[in-house]
Design a protein around this ligand. Structure first.
Ligand SMILES: NC(=O)c1ccc[n+]([C@@H]2O[C@H](COP(=O)([O-])OP(=O)(O)OC[C@H]3O[C@@H](n4cnc5c(N)ncnc54)[C@H](OP(=O)(O)O)[C@@H]3O)[C@@H](O)[C@H]2O)c1
Length: 285
């Protein structure tokens, strides 16, 4: 059985899909079981991965490996992995970030990922780190503006990264969880092509057959708008810090997905086509 933390997140859901479709058993942790809508076949474990005591009575025996989402587990990596090990776990795969080895953005965010990796290494389990570039799915934050106006307003339009499709991360995570050969390996996972924000908006436009535009505005304006919508300061700090750095020097680009999965990494254009519905204006407008 595979223990999935962050089960209702972008990568967690996709990893559950891959595991269930290949006939494997899944224990999926969520704080909101009623709203989780996880794939049939996944065993839902109600609780908070950042407070492992909430899982102690419901976590089943027979766990083989753990998919660890740092956001979901917070500072409780050691406790969670000790609990999982007591239920049989032998391997942990950490959804880490490219900034751990290619510094970008505020250092404290990379340090949080490093702390999770260090705790996983100390856990005594076999470990694999997936140091991911920014997710294609982060572009969903643009969907309301695209639907309403066809215009995305953002900072640092030339910030360039090689964003990655969540299915590539999920398949790499499953490969690492099932094969001990991935023990003690750190993989820098990126998408196949370097794109700036103008490119991404154009590719979303291609997917929905609509001309869209990206309009660059001052970072401070973006920060104020985010705080005005009630978002915590952490969100603009995280986003604007890394965009500023990626506008000075592009993020990394690797062929690791292809080497791990034996097929090309999925493109941002493919992600946009699969998610076109999120960007299309409601019918009749
Ligand atoms: N987005 C990127 O560009 C990027 C890049 C590199 C690495 N990462 C890392 O990749 C991991 C997976 O990201 P993701 O977008 O798939 O999922 P995610 O946003 O981390 O969320 C996964 C789930 O974790 C639970 N969760 C969130 N915050 C929590 C908290 N404070 N305490 C307890 N549970 C919490 C929520 O599930 P419930 O509400 O169901 O409990 C949420 O649906 C994250 O750790 C992220 O930091 C992301």
């Amino acid at each position: 059985m595979f223990l999935i933390t962050g089960a209702t997140g972008t990568v967690g859901r996709e990893a559950i899909d891959v595991l269930v479709k290949t006939g494997r058993e899944v224990a999926a942790v969520t704080r909101r079981p009623a709203a989780a809508a996880l794939p049939d076949g996944a065993r839902v474990v109600a609780g908070d991965a950042s407070d492992p005591a909430t899982l102690a009575s419901s976590l089943p025996d027979g766990i083989e490996a753990v998919l660890l989402s740092p956001r979901a587990v917070g500072g409780a990596t050691a406790e969670l992995l000790a609990l999982a090990a007591a239920r049989g776990a032998r391997h942990v795969v950490v959804l880490s970030a490219s900034s751990v080895e290619h510094p970008a953005g505020l250092r404290r965010f990379a340090d949080e990922f490093k702390a999770v990796e260090a705790a996983a290494e100390r856990s005594g389990l076999r470990w694999t780190f997936l140091r991911c570039a920014d997710f294609d799915a982060n572009a969903l934050a643009w969907a309301p503006h695209v639907r309403a106006t066809g215009v995305v307003r953002g900072a640092f339009g030339t910030a360039t990264t090689s964003p990655i499709h969540q299915r590539d991360i999920a398949e790499a995570a499953v490969a690492a969880m099932v094969d001990p050969a991935h023990h003690a390996r750190s993989y820098l996972l990126t998408g196949p092509e370097a794109l700036d924000q103008y490119d991404k908006v154009r590719l979303i436009g291609d997917a929905i057959h609509r001309e869209l535009s990206f309009v660059e505005v001052e970072p401070e304006q973006i920060r104020r708008a985010m705080l005005g919508r009630g978002l915590p300061e952490e969100i603009p700090d995280r986003m604007l810090g890394s965009l500023a750095d990626y506008a000075s020097a592009p993020g990394p680009s690797t062929d690791t997905v292809e080497r791990l999965l034996g097929r090309p990494a999925l493109s941002f254009g493919q992600w946009a086509a699969e998610n076109a519905g999120a960007f299309e204006p409601p019918a009749g407008t």
